[in-house]
Design a protein around this ligand. Structure first.
Ligand code: GDP
Length: 592
């Protein structure tokens, strides 16, 4: 298509993917065009107006600055129950509440140090005796205003919260070490925050280090669509040093600034609802739980239901451990009196009577039982039917590939497919095997995981099974895109699941002329079956996937060989066998 000088509006920054869509070209083509102009960019990377203008000019368009604000991107993730509840409150009863902040970031970038530094700068905490008891949340004061921090290690709890639709935070502080830059968990955290629709502030940490390189980090952030404010973008990037306790009040200021631009309100007189932050079993005190109140005012003596736990609050304390009678919205409260351990991320509510609490808990326990029997899965197979019913309008994907070079063409292909009635959202695309975090992200966002030339780690597979997350592995790009295309058209063939039959270890390798290599093996688990599929592993690497060309016990061709027996194995069109290799035999069964 040629533009013939048609005007098109472009924003100040635009990611390649969107730019490609505007000019109706493939992102790859745009990337190539940019390369010939000396600009290296990946598909998710933004380019500025001037650069974009040059590209569109090549297709005969004239770029003009966009007049109106950029249309909001399609939002992912559900609105959590407590937010829905607050939205339903009478507007005149809503009052401002402290913002709730969670700190995310790559390991060792300084999350813990920053949380400690923020806590220590608070004078009030010092006056209260500097109790450093860890209850999973604390509050600090900045110029007379309060900020609540969730002090949960790593982002596991944040994910857990989101997975349960509770979404505790109003603001995410993303810690990025200035000497290390954007790393895989940084990207993961960005994906989480975006999916949860929580604004991100970047704490550029470790600026005291001699090898700190803030400009490089800003460039990397811009590549993640977090364009720093001093580059004309929307993201506040605050240089800090958790170690030297520098920049902390700037960070708090930034949090309050973002909070002022977000509707952070609740009704202190409304129904009491909130999120369980942490819970532990104390030998003498029983269940001690940290609750974050999100609406209403929690009081000692209230009857609380959280998940399948309930009880009357016997004692309540603030985050310093000081007794407290009332907890207003955004206040963390340490409570005793629950019958059972709730899970982090569970929603709690206050009910009028013990009986009501028991009824809710029984109902929930039944529902959980029923649900685990049904195990609703977001699979590609379900997608079309839920689309037909009007339930799904977009397909969320988590993409993992062996190398960066594979990710871009796959995203490019997926983008083409997503132009129909169902949009495709790639929430997260990274290199590496599929891990537990990927499954958590997929589960929280009802996404499907696509792996290209990668494996799913054992723990991840187990978690995917438990969470009902569809994990699909591919070695050929068109197979992957074909599946997605079929799913979008509702034509997907039934899913097959792998059932492992057994394993054998290669003891010795024989060369036989005309035949090639034969592995002398011992079956160490289950059985090998001649018509089964084979996967051969060398350490953690998979060196072969395919079929047997022969299976012999002593001199005879056999249909199967069981544990403890030795056998000779030939692999179809494959001869690079070494002793010590492990041969796995499996069959594909149609999923029920
Ligand atoms: P986390 O894994 O993100 O919680 O990171 P930690 O808070 O445990 O910090 C990791 C390491 O970085 C520790 O050795 C800290 O002492 C160090 N560190 C954290 N913040 C800073 C900082 O601002 N400057 C310097 N030089 N080191 C820091």
């Amino acid at each position: 298509m040629s533009g013939n000088g048609h005007k098109i509006e472009l924003p100040a920054n635009i990611v390649i993917r969107d730019l490609a869509q505007i000019v109706e070209k493939s992102p790859i083509e745009i990337i190539k065009k940019l390369m010939t102009n000396g600009v290296m960019a990946t598909i998710n990377q933004p380019v500025d107006f001037d650069t974009a203008a040059i590209v569109v000019a090549e297709y005969g368009f004239e770029a003009v600055p966009e007049a109106v604000a950029e249309a909001p991107k399609e939002e992912v993730g559900e609105v959590p129950m407590w937010r829905q509840m607050i939205a339903g409150e009478d507007n005149s009863l809503l009052k401002g509440r402290p913002p709730v902040v969670t700190i995310l970031g790559h390991v060792d970038h300084g999350k813990t140090s920053l949380l400690d530094a923020i806590r220590q700068t608070d004078v009030a905490a010092g006056e209260a005796g500097g109790i450093t008891q860890h209850i999973g949340a604390y509050q600090v004061e900045q110029k007379g205003r309060i900020v609540t921090f969730l002090d949960t290690p790593g982002h596991a709890a944040f994910t857990a919260m989101r997975a349960r639709g509770a979404q505790g935070a109003d603001v995410v502080v993303l810690v990025v070490a200035a000497d290390d830059g954007v790393m895989p968990q940084t990207k993961e955290a960005i994906a989480h925050a975006k999916a949860a629709r929580v604004p991100i502030i970047v704490a550029l940490n470790k600026v005291d280090k001699p090898n700190a390189n803030p400009e490089r980090v800003k460039q990397q952030l811009a590549e993640q669509e977090l364009v720093p404010d001093d580059w004309g973008g929307q993201t506040l990037v605050v240089p800090v040093s958790a170690k030297q306790k520098k920049g902390i009040s700037d960070l708090l200021e930034a949090i309050l600034l973002v909070a002022d631009n977000t509707d952070i309100r609740a009704n202190p007189g409304g129904k009491v609802i909130g999120t369980i932050i942490e819970a532990e079993l104390d030998k003498t005190k029983g269940v001690v739980a940290t609750l974050l109140v999100q609406n209403g005012t929690l009081q000692a003596g209230d009857i609380v239901v959280a998940g399948t736990a309930f009880g009357r609050i016997k004692a309540m304390a603030d985050f310093h451990g000081k007794p407290m009678k009332k907890a207003t919205p955004s206040t963390p409260a340490l409570v005793m009196g629950l019958s059972d351990m709730p899970s982090a991320g569970d929603i709690f509510e206050v009910v009028a009577t013990d009986r009501e609490a028991r009824e809710i808990v029984t109902e929930r326990a039944d529902a959980i039982k029923k649900k685990s029997q049904e195990r609703k899965k977001v699979s590609l197979e379900d997608l079309f039917s839920s689309y037909e019913k009007g339930e799904a309008k977009s397909l969320n994907l988590v993409l993992k590939a062996d190398v960066q070079g594979s990710l871009e063409p796959i995203i490019g292909e997926l983008d083409k497919l997503g132009k129909g009635e169902i949009t495709i959202n790639v929430l997260y695309a990274e290199t590496g095997n599929i891990g537990e975090n990927d499954v958590m992200l997929a589960s929280a966002s009802k996404a499907i995981i696509l792996g290209f030339s990668v494996q799913a780690e054992v723990a991840a597979r187990r978690l995917a099974e438990a969470e009902g997350v569809d994990v699909r592995l591919y070695d050929i790009i068109y197979r992957l895109t074909e599946d997605i295309e079929k799913a979008l058209k509702g034509m997907l063939a039934p899913e097959f699941v792998e059932k492992t039959l057994g394993k054998a270890q290669v003891l010795k390798v024989f060369g036989i002329s005309k035949v090639g290599k034969i592995a002398g093996c011992r079956v160490i688990e289950g059985e090998l079956r001649r018509n089964g599929k084979v996967r051969m592993k060398r350490g953690a690497d998979i060196v072969f996937e395919g079929d047997f060309s022969s299976l012999k016990h002593e001199k005879d061709d056999v249909r199967e060989v069981r544990t403890g027996f030795e056998c000779g194995v030939g692999l179809r069109n494959f001869h690079d066998i070494e002793s010590g290799d492990i041969i796995e035999c499996y069959v594909l069964e149609k999923a029920e």
